[in-house]
Design a protein around this ligand. Structure first.
Ligand code: DAH
Length: 358
């Protein structure tokens, strides 16, 4: 490689200024050819390592171009500005060229080393799936939509009024107890809703009858987790208010939905029960081949009843004109039955081996 030029006559910073001043013309003449040589070397660097080496050889602390720059200090005061301007411009050019070459080489390094074989099978990305609880909730919603119900929702952080008072729950009812309910604070009476029934109140307070809604949502209770309990779980609430609504409508609707969900062999029965917000109230028992296979005759699946006149009065509906029914059931319960799952905690562990099966 040809290494040109006078530069070596003046390359050491220790040389006296006198010597270099005499070489001012030489100094200027050297810039361009040196720069050209450096540019050429940057461009032939075959990879990033070679480029780094070349960079060091030119503009590193001991580089040839750096040496030239150091000579600037040996020039006289009058000569410095013009010479400085030239050499700085050259340096900027070198740095830009270095950057451009580095990008080129980086791109080259990132390219596959071997030719692509387009006949190989592609790599598939695993598709995500809906959580089984979401699938069941969606199916329930779909069944109710067919018969004209709309989805409503409400806050998970509730107050005592919507969760209990307006639902006609007596002040001393054990459900209010901190044993069962998560209160946010000892004095602040806000709480995590214990059931989706609170949304009945919110909807009725906001709109005049008729009402035909379902409310899927998360609820909270101070239960210890075991195979059949979890401190958070999911419910679906239903509310139907119109003129001349009967228990027969309730039974027909529940039967229709459970058959949609679990097959045509489903049978349901109503057992008298007590809820403060319905009168009369019932528990719904359910059976089909799956239940029989579990060795049981009936499985308790939901609570329901005819909306209590006191509830209507609280939300400002005329109980002499309007009648209605409501129900609520647990989504986990249905999902466990449907898929033969024996431990509710599996739904919340997010173990992919479990989730992938749905
Ligand atoms: N809220 C009740 C529960 O969490 C379920 C329920 C019962 C809802 C009767 C209703 C109803 O709307 O009418 O156990």
């Amino acid at each position: 490689m040809v290494r040109p030029l006078l530069i070596f006559s003046c390359s050491s910073p220790r040389l006296t200024s006198n010597f270099c001043i005499q070489n001012m013309a030489g100094f200027l003449d050297n810039i361009e050819p040196l720069k050209q040589t450096a540019l050429a070397e940057f461009n032939v660097a075959a990879d990033l390592a070679a480029l780094e080496q070349t960079k060091g050889a030119w503009i590193g602390p001991n580089g040839r171009f750096t040496a030239l720059m150091k000579q600037l200090g040996t020039l006289s005061k009058e000569e410095k500005p013009a010479a400085g301007k030239l050499i700085n411009a050259a340096k900027t050019e070198l740095e830009a060229a270095l950057l451009a070459r580095r990008e080129e080489l980086e791109l080259k390094a990132a390219l596959p080393k071997e030719p692509t074989d387009f006949t190989l099978p592609g790599r598939r990305r695993a598709l995500g799936k809906l959580h089984p609880l979401t699938q069941v909730a969606d199916d329930i919603v779909r069944a109710f939509r067919k018969i004209g119900f709309a989805v409503a929702d409400g806050p998970e952080i509730e107050d005592e009024y919507h969760c209990f008072d307006a639902l006609n729950t007596p002040a001393d009812h054990p459900a209010r107890d901190s044993q069962d309910t998560f209160y946010l604070h000892t004095t602040d009476k806000r709480l995590l809703r214990t059931h989706t029934s609170s949304v009945q109140i919110r909807v009725m307070a906001k709109q005049p009858p008729p009402v035909r809604i379902i409310v899927p949502g998360r609820v909270y209770r101070r239960d210890n987790a075991d195979a059949t309990h979890n401190p958070t779980f999911h419910q679906i609430e239903g509310l139907y208010v119109d003129k001349n609504v009967t228990v027969g409508d309730l039974k027909g609707t529940v039967e229709f939905v459970f058959r949609e969900l679990m097959g045509s062999d489903v049978k349901i029965r109503f057992r008298p029960h007590y809820f403060s917000y319905t009168e009369p109230s019932y528990e719904i028992d359910f059976t089909n081949a799956l239940v029989k296979k579990m060795g049981k005759d009936w499985l308790e699946i939901a609570g329901c009843g005819m909306v209590h006149p006191q509830v209507f009065e609280t939300v400002g509906y005329d109980a002499e004109v309007w009648t209605g029914w409501a129900f609520g059931f647990g989504i986990e319960r249905i999902a466990m039955l449907r898929y033969g799952i024996n431990d509710i905690r599996l739904f919340y562990e997010n173990d992919m081996r479990f989730l992938k099966q749905f």
